[in-house]
Design a protein around this ligand. Structure first.
Ligand code: GCB
Length: 586
């Protein structure tokens, strides 16, 4: 799926701004004609979660309506016009001038509908989008399960701790393309000595047989190639002599321009390879370390809404710590984030929203599986051309009720068998769609070994010294080391610690240190990084979390916040952030 762009041929109109908004708890809006305009609206910012914009909406997760009137420029006449939503959590339906156009299930990924034949050119157009974010066992991520994960009460009833922010989280744009348009571009890069290789596949929206051309510029090169579309498809393959490779240290990007008889599209391309060899992850054939974070899209007032100044600031802060990577825990981040990762040189583990999958409620497993496969399709369609994206992550902490099973117990446990089948199929599907990247999922302690077999890299979320042996750091670090060594002996694959962290109330201090103090978090992180530094098989350490974030309410989350950030929610550093600099800047 191509990111919309404005150029000499294509048009783009960003509808970000203040929209009319009304909640619809009884789901009567459509019957009452709200798709044509709201009767009792209040203002809401798009993009942005609704929860923190109005006090009474904090815990509202039902149906709500967004409406905006817009003019479409006459100059777009004759082109195909689409309405595209960057992300709406969780289920959205789009209406144009009262006509229902289509629906989309699942947050964090874009969707677009053609609206050409519903447009009014001589007056304004009413765009209405209904969004609903109920927590259900049939959704991914799931909520309101009959099998609560934690012994402590939490609200709302998610299967994860981040707050289930709702609404239109990324820009709504209108864009136009010519009648015969470039529908998709897929780029695969390679390295051959000092040269780069590039294979580009371009698909049109029709089976047209037209002519086109392609141009790659950057470095010392301008490479051009002719394109002959047959049945709407064209392919070009070429070598870039003495190429400049993309890496976290030198994130070099080329410009790839595709021109057809009618259309024009430009794409940033980074030439790089990613592979695993023994204990190492190789970027462009050389060992790479993934230092960084698990994160969240989260901020005061905007919730999970795209917040561009925050995005730029977060990259600057991550760089300040010396980080070069992060995981998009626990859902795909905005396209603007991925573009920045390409430009700034970050190594991304790109995750679908499959948090805390469970495998006991037989009636729902197949539905969730279908949703996950679809999320993988949509994620790869969206992110396949980003050089920063080097690994797909198909789940975070899938779980069985019984962890730490012996091999024979695991063999006979039905939930283990179902989980293995579920995860193997997701990883298989991912590899089929994209054989050029690594595939993994993030494990929690006690995860059945049979589930991990298909992972290219073993990703471990562990809380030695926090949830386990909290307050006993010395003992916890011994157990951490034992577990890491055992994991390496079992798998002989590179290991990334994709989570380790300690909740910390900024400004709380203690000597001797105790859990929740800044000193404890600093020592906890120093201890983990020191253990990891002696292990060649550790390919990365990603602290949980970059910043404090909004969580569901529970006895474990003071003030409804997860406080494992090395920065606070408003991005002031805790002592631990300075420890990261000590390790990572050198
Ligand atoms: C985890 C989860 C993450 C939580 C974290 C915590 O294992 O993957 O989503 O936020 O623990 O802080 O409890």
């Amino acid at each position: 799926m191509l990111y919309p762009q404005q150029n000499l041929i294509r048009n783009k109109l960003d509808l970000s701004g203040v929209w009319d908004f009304q909640i619809d708890p009884d789901q009567m809006g459509e019957q009452k004609g709200w798709q044509n305009g709201l009767v009792d609206s209040r203002p809401i910012a798009v993009p942005g979660s609704w929860n923190e914009q109005h006090e009474d909406l904090y815990n509202y997760l039902g149906l709500a309506w967004y409406v905006k009137s817009i003019y479409i420029p006459q100059g777009w006449r004759g082109q195909r016009v689409f309405l595209r939503v960057g992300s709406a959590c969780y289920f959205a339906t789009v209406y144009v001038n009262g006509n229902k156009i289509g629906s989309h299930e699942g947050g964090h990924l874009p969707f677009a509908f053609e609206i050409t034949d519903k447009i009014r050119w001589d007056t304004d157009n009413v765009i209405a989008i209904s969004v609903e974010n109920e927590l259900k066992p049939t959704r991914v991520p799931s909520g309101n399960m009959n099998t609560p994960l934690l012994p402590v009460a939490s609200f709302p009833h998610t299967t994860y701790d981040f707050f289930p922010f709702a609404g239109i989280h990324r820009p709504v744009v209108l864009y136009s393309v010519p009648q015969t348009n470039i529908d998709d571009v897929a780029v695969v890069t390679g390295i051959d000595g000092a040269d780069g290789t590039l294979k580009v596949t371009i698909r049109l929206n029709t089976a047209a047989s037209v002519q086109g051309s392609l141009q790659l510029t950057g470095g010392d090169a301008t490479i051009t190639a002719k394109l002959a579309f047959q049945d709407g498809l064209a392919e070009a393959q070429f070598t870039i002599p003495n190429a400049k490779f993309w890496s976290d240290k030198t994130p070099y990007l080329y410009d790839l321009t595709i021109q057809t008889e009618q259309d024009h599209y430009t794409l940033k391309v980074g030439i790089r390879t990613i592979a695993v060899q023994d204990s190492q992850i190789l970027l462009n054939g050389k060992p790479a370390k993934f230092n960084g974070f698990g994160r969240h899209e989260d901020f005061i007032a905007s919730g999970k809404g795209l917040n561009l100044p925050l995005l730029v600031k977060d990259y600057q802060l991550m760089r300040w710590t010396g980080a070069n990577s992060y995981r998009t825990s626990h859902y795909p981040y905005s396209e603007e984030e991925m573009q920045l990762a390409d430009r700034e040189g970050f190594l991304i583990i790109d995750e679908i929203p499959a948090v805390s999958l469970q495998f006991e409620d037989d009636e729902n497993i197949a539905i969730r599986h279908r949703v996950c496969l679809h999320q993988i399709d949509e994620l790869i369609a969206r992110d396949k051309n980003h050089p920063s994206v080097v690994m797909w992550c198909v789940a975070n902490e899938p779980m069985t009720p019984r962890l730490n099973l012996s091999p024979s117990e695991a063999l006979n446990d039905p939930a283990v068998a179902k989980g293995k089948d579920f995860l193997d199929k997701l990883m298989h599907h991912t590899r089929e769609l994209d054989p050029t990247r690594l595939v993994t999922f993030a494990t929690l302690g006690g995860t059945p070994t049979s589930w991990v077999e298909q992972c290219d890299v073993v990703c471990m979320n562990r809380y030695w010294g926090w949830y386990v042996m909290g307050g006993e750091l010395d003992k916890a670090l011994v157990s951490l080391e034992e577990e890491l060594d055992a994991a390496w002996e079992t798998w002989c694959k590179p290991i990334i610690m994709t989570e380790f962290g300690a909740d910390t109330l900024a400004g709380m201090h203690g000597q001797p240190n105790a859990m929740w103090t800044e000193e404890y978090q600093a020592e906890y992180i120093r201890g983990h990084l020191t253990v990891a530094a002696c292990k060649d098989y550790i390919a990365g350490m990603q602290v949980w979390n970059f910043a404090d974030f909004a969580a569901v309410q529970s006895t474990m989350r003071v003030g409804g916040l997860n406080m494992k950030g090395v920065f606070t929610r408003i991005r002031t550093p805790k002592m631990a952030a300075h420890v990261l600099r000590e390790f990572w800047i050198k």
